[in-house]
Ligand binder design. Structure first.
Ligand code: HEC
Ligand code: HEC
Length: 360
């Protein structure tokens, strides 16, 4: 085989590989992936808004103004607060689709009905009047008609999805919910969940669920703080979903692999009982400058804080100085007589010079 033939073989190999990949990843899906239209798709005709404006025209303005550069229209499994999940069939009649790729602003999949139309208008005219610090540009240059149609379009978004709650687990979780054998509203279940929580969750989420467990320090994406008021809206199925599958992109484990279904429902019962309105909110200017009283540290002496082993230790002066909480740290049960304070007899006389280095 001469050099030219080898070259041809190589070239045709590359070309065949290229077209195989394109066929498999682009052409075949284009032909074979053909979802049927769902009832949850956005509808722009015969909506209540058609009486006052034209949502279909509003959609064209949405496309024209490039809202898609900052706003997506799809909800993903890891989203919270964006409403029900979308299905492929929702987009069958969306041309050009407005899926988007960047979420500079929030996802607008289920925006319809979230805000009053007057709010939407005022926001489009001057976003910062309603959302201080917003980087959304003002669209005040739109004519009245354009503005009305655009707002009508925003109000139809997601209406076919019937938003009942802004957090929803995937459909299969309705089955888990129906088949659960634990009453998630009962105290007994919450109590059972508490133990499981302490053992499995407190390292990250903290004993009180504030997201400040010792392990949270090492995590870039911090564990959830369950005392936020936001979690009041969580339905049982969503709690269960999160515990079972974790949160993509975070170190939250998939407890579906570790705990039984029953244990996870106990956890749900417990998580629901955590107080949800104790998030620290500053609602008064005086709170901003509040000076917390400094923690009073104990006087530094060569005092022994370790439990003493009877008379055999070689620490310094043991009592006389009070611990941080006002209790005498030396006043601990010692030696062989539990519950009784035994002053250490072998303690050397109090030193006047600072303790030698390498002491405690
Ligand atoms: C440069 C990026 C950018 C563009 C372009 C943009 N937005 Fe926004 N949008 C944002 C940001 C950031 C927010 C969040 C802050 C706020 O509410 O103002 C937002 C918020 C919103 C909200 C409020 C959502 C909610 O429920 O809180 C709506 C509605 C909205 N945008 C609609 C639009 C429409 C319609 C267009 C096109 C005419 C548009 N945006 C163009 C960045 C953008
Ligand atoms: C390794 C640390 C870690 C452990 C252990 C852990 N979590 Fe998490 N958890 C996280 C992180 C990180 C997140 C993500 C927070 C976020 O997305 O804002 C999270 C999120 C969650 C969420 C979702 C909150 C939301 O906003 O939707 C729930 C529910 C949850 N954890 C429950 C539990 C329960 C119950 C346990 C114990 C069985 C547990 N976690 C154990 C780290 C942990």
């Amino acid at each position: 085989m001469n050099g030219i033939n080898g070259y041809r073989l190589g070239a045709s190999g590359i070309i065949i590989t290229f077209f195989t990949i394109i066929t498999a990843t682009v052409l075949l899906p284009m032909v074979l992936f053909n979802p049927t239209k769902t009832t949850s798709a956005n509808a722009y005709k015969d909506t209540p808004y058609n009486q006052v404006a034209d949502p279909e025209r509003g959609r064209r303005i949405y496309v024209r103004e490039g809202c898609v550069y900052c706003h997506t229209q799809f909800t993903r499994l890891q989203d919270r607060g964006y409403g029900p999940l979308v299905k492929a069939g929702d987009y069958v009649s969306e041309t050009p689709h407005q899926l988007g790729t960047a979420r500079t602003g929030p996802d607008l999949t289920n925006e319809g009905g979230r805000m009053a139309s007057e709010w939407q208008k005022a926001h489009l005219v001057q976003p910062r009047a309603l959302k201080p610090g917003s980087i959304m540009p003002s669209f005040s240059f739109l004519t009245d008609r354009d503005m009305n149609d655009l707002v009508a379009y925003l109000q139809t978004l997601g209406n076919g999805r019937k938003v009942t709650t802004y957090v929803q687990a995937p459909d299969e979780y309705e089955k888990f919910l129906a088949n659960r054998k634990v009453d998630t509203a009962s105290d007994a279940a919450a109590n059972a969940g508490r133990g499981i929580y302490t053992q499995n969750c407190a390292v990250c989420h903290g004993l009180e669920g504030r997201g400040n467990g010792p392990n949270s320090i090492t995590l870039e994406k911090k564990p959830a703080n369950f005392t936020r008021a936001f979690y009041k809206q969580y339905p049982d199925a969503f709690w269960f979903y999160r515990v079972r599958e974790g949160v993509p992109g975070t170190r939250m484990p998939h407890f579906g692999e570790i705990l039984s279904e029953e244990q996870m429902w106990y956890l749900v019962a417990y998580l629901k009982t955590l107080p949800k309105d104790q998030e620290e909110v500053i609602n008064d200017i005086s709170q901003l400058n509040e000076v917390t009283p400094a923690v009073k540290l104990p006087r530094l002496t060569n005092q022994v804080y370790e439990p003493s082993t009877g008379g055999a230790h070689s620490g310094g002066e043991e009592h006389g100085t009070e611990g941080p909480n006002g209790e005498d740290p030396g006043n601990q049960p010692q030696g062989n007589t539990p519950g009784e304070y035994v002053p250490s007899k072998a303690a050397p006389p109090p030193e006047t010079a600072p303790a030698p280095a390498g002491g405690h």
